[in-house]
Design a protein around this ligand. Structure first.
Ligand code: MTE
Ligand code: MO
Length: 452
């Protein structure tokens, strides 16, 4: 069927979308480059043979085909689902077998969006991100030691047991999100783990406020920045730390930051940094040190592994996608961008013929900000329906949302979600502001559904 389309296509439309989305788009939408004017396009429209081929590839008629924007890879064919060998899954004790393995050295796995459907992300479904070796497990958790030193009046050396005895425990539900979440949406491909939207989760974290501990240490006026350390070592060189990032002292003193020893009511598991980790919500996950053993209060910008150059950094002046990075054009990614995801139905869901209504569930969050609204569309963005968005339980909680959408007929539909944050900013259609390591990619999330 599809591979006979046009008589010229050497690959099926499915393969073409997986291997060469630009060419697939050109073929399907009839993109023409004007003769003698390289790069000048005349947009075609999705009709005739192109429409037939795409409909065959996605498995149904496309009632809203007339609204399909050129350049759009149908959600049913988008990369990831179409990876050459199909997705690889994480095999790890206590972890859901449907977490998608992004790398095994270091071990990295993400949660597909539909597994983020719980109000609170169960530990078994929580994404895993390591930068180096996974250290040996602590035998006596309460004897775990960490230090607060540098620009403080009283250097503190505390065991976990002492921390629990001396400071008040608090529990907050908060999003932890990898700085590279959404990286796979960049074109051209950005360097690093190809996260979709699943490098994030929202757990109940129990610990003590970092600010309480910093106050006990007495932060000097010379303090400007922090450096966070864990006891894991680099894969390439076991004499070096795997990662050590930090934040401006103002962010470090934010009352939402926790020194965490329990996750979802259980002692913090080893893979998530147990017995003790930091959770610095709203900012790239890389500042939330696992296997936490030292916080160095510094009088200048931190220079540990993972700071500087293009790591966890975005372009100050917009750059041409794919270009070489210019020195000095980068700043640390601080607050994470706005993101909304559909957690039910799953991408590729099938509904019985005659289904006229689909109930949607999702989540949205916005780094240091909140989400003021979420809208959903079933017609490629021509019209939008406002979702009901829950309030966060506490600061840095995600916001669950629900909506119900009507479908006019059987066929192939895409459900799109678009969040708006408390500053009025909306998610873009595509990942913009390209940068070499692909931070800040937050295009609208789309799921394909097939009725009949
Ligand atoms: N010590 C240490 N802490 C770390 C990391 C690491 O490699 N080593 N990875 C960071 C990154 S990049 C992220 S996104 C989060 C992931 O936490 P998780 O594995 O519990 O999901 O931990 C952060 N803390
Ligand atoms: Mo991360």
């Amino acid at each position: 069927m599809a591979n006979k389309f046009d008589g010229k296509i050497e690959r099926s439309v499915e393969e073409l979308y997986a291997q060469d989305p630009e060419r697939a788009d050109a073929v399907v939408f009839g993109r023409k480059t004007a003769p003698g004017k390289a790069g000048v396009d005349r947009r075609g429209f999705l009709g005739g043979a192109g429409l037939a081929a795409v409909s065959a590839a996605v498995g149904g008629a496309i009632p809203f085909a007339a609204n399909m924007p050129g350049g759009l890879i149908p959600a049913a064919l988008a990369q990831g689902a179409q990876a050459p060998k199909g997705p690889q899954y994480l095999k790890f004790p206590g972890k859901d077998e449907k977490l998608v393995l992004l790398g095994d050295r270091p071990l990295v796995a993400e949660t597909p969006e539909h597994l983020l459907d719980d109000e609170t992300t169960p530990t078994g479904r929580f994404f895993v991100r390591n930068n180096g070796q996974i250290p040996d497990e602590a035998k006596e958790p309460d004897k775990w030691k960490f230090t607060i030193d540098g620009e403080v009046n009283n250097k503190l050396e505390l065991t976990l047991g002492e921390l629990k005895a001396k400071f008040k425990p608090v529990t907050q539900r908060m999003v932890l999100e990898c700085g590279g979440n959404g990286r796979s949406f960049f074109s051209p491909t950005a360097r690093g783990n190809q996260w979709t939207n699943g490098g994030a989760g929202c757990a109940e974290w129990t610990g003590v406020r970092l600010s309480d501990v910093l106050k006990a240490a007495g932060v000097k006026s010379s303090a400007t920045f922090t450096g966070h350390y864990g006891n894991d070592k680099s894969l390439a060189d076991a004499s070096k730390d795997a990662l050590s990032r930090g934040v401006p002292i103002k962010k470090a003193m934010d009352g939402s930051n926790l020194i965490v020893f329990a996750m979802n009511g259980q002692p913090l598991s080893h893979i998530h940094g147990g017995p003790v980790r930091l959770v610095i919500p709203g900012w790239p996950g890389s500042v939330s040190a696992k296997w936490f053993n030292r916080l160095w209060v510094r009088d200048k910008y931190h220079d540990g592994p993972g700071m500087g150059a293009t790591s966890y950094r975005v372009a100050i002046k917009p750059m041409v996608p794919g270009d070489k990075p210019a020195d000095g054009n980068f700043r640390d990614l601080e607050s994470m961008p706005l993101r909304s995801i559909i957690t039910s139905p799953a991408n590729g869901a099938k509904f019985a013929a005659g289904t006229k209504e689909v109930k949607l569930r999702g989540a949205a969050w916005a780094g240091d900000l909140t989400v003021s609204r979420v809208d959903v569309s079933t017609d490629f963005g021509a019209t939008w329906t406002r979702a009901k968005v829950d309030r966060p339980k506490n600061r840095y909680d995600w916001q669950r949302w629900t909506a119900s959408v009507a479908l006019p007929s059987d066929g192939y539909f895409e459900i799109w979600t678009r969040g708006t944050n408390s500053k009025g900013e909306m998610q873009p259609h595509i990942a913009g502001a390209w940068n070499p390591q692909g931070y800040g990619g937050n295009p609208m999330h789309r799921v394909a559904v097939l009725v009949g």
